[in-house]
Design a protein around this ligand. Structure first.
Ligand SMILES: Cc1cc2nc3c(=O)[nH]c(=O)nc-3n(C[C@H](O)[C@H](O)[C@H](O)COP(=O)(O)O)c2cc1C
Length: 200
């Protein structure tokens, strides 16, 4: 959607400008090759010690209808719009480094990086995507059989873009609103915390 393109103050890559968190999904199935491309993109994200602490559990009707329903059922009420998406994923994070079993302080950071890579590839493939923290973590852990030492991080909805007019009022309003961000001056400092007089 045109009004979702970032109103960037400085030049940025087109994909970054155009990626956004869609809520209106069509029921058109997503080609297997495209789903694999998304997983491939996530695979090439950077991570601390190249641990690659991300795991993705993929749910589609073609793969396992029952498990897709199980994935839909962990979503919070506010994220009901995502139940229409033909592909759901659960992003899972490994808490420890494999080479020494020590806590990996960066595990969630790195899963976020992989998910961001996937996000950009989704838009590159003409798909829509939405990352969600609003889901029943314990239910997900149990029904997806996630082992000890791994933490469900987010649920991800993927599909072709649908018709925003079919959304209930609340998500429809969000869907049609322009994207907003804090100004760079609130987010970047020069030399020491809080110093924003001139960043560079
Ligand atoms: C970790 C994480 C959790 C999120 N959880 C939710 C969620 O539960 N429900 C939702 O509708 N959006 C969720 N979002 C989407 C954000 O609200 C969205 O990225 C933000 O408003 C910026 O919009 P944009 O992605 O379109 O630029 C989440 C995003 C991230 C990265």
């Amino acid at each position: 959607m045109d009004n979702k393109t970032a109103k960037a103050d400085y030049t940025i890559n087109d994909l970054i400008a155009k990626r956004w968190s869609a809520r209106a999904f069509s029921d058109r199935p997503v080609e297997k090759q495209k789903v694999m491309s998304l997983l491939e993109a996530a695979r090439w994200a950077p991570s601390s010690s190249n641990e690659q602490p991300w795991r993705f559990i993929v749910f589609t009707a073609e793969n396992n209808k029952e498990m897709l329903e199980a994935a839909r059922s962990v979503l919070s009420e506010g994220n009901s719009y995502a139940r229409k998406a033909p592909v759901l994923m659960c992003a899972v994070a490994k808490r420890t480094y494999t080479h020494n079993d020590k806590d990996n302080r960066h595990y969630m950071h790195d899963v976020g990086a992989a998910t961001a890579y996937m996000f950009l590839e989704a838009y590159n493939q003409g798909l829509a995507m939405h990352v969600m923290g609003g889901f029943d973590v314990e239910k997900a852990r149990q029904s997806f059989e996630i082992p000890q030492g791994f933490e469900p991080a987010t649920m991800i909805a993927i599909g072709y873009y649908g018709n925003p007019e079919t959304l209930p009022e609340k998500p429809r309003e969000k869907e049609l609103a322009p994207r907003s961000r804090k100004p760079i001056g609130e987010l970047a400092f020069s030399g020491r915390w809080g110093s924003t007089t001139s960043i560079i």
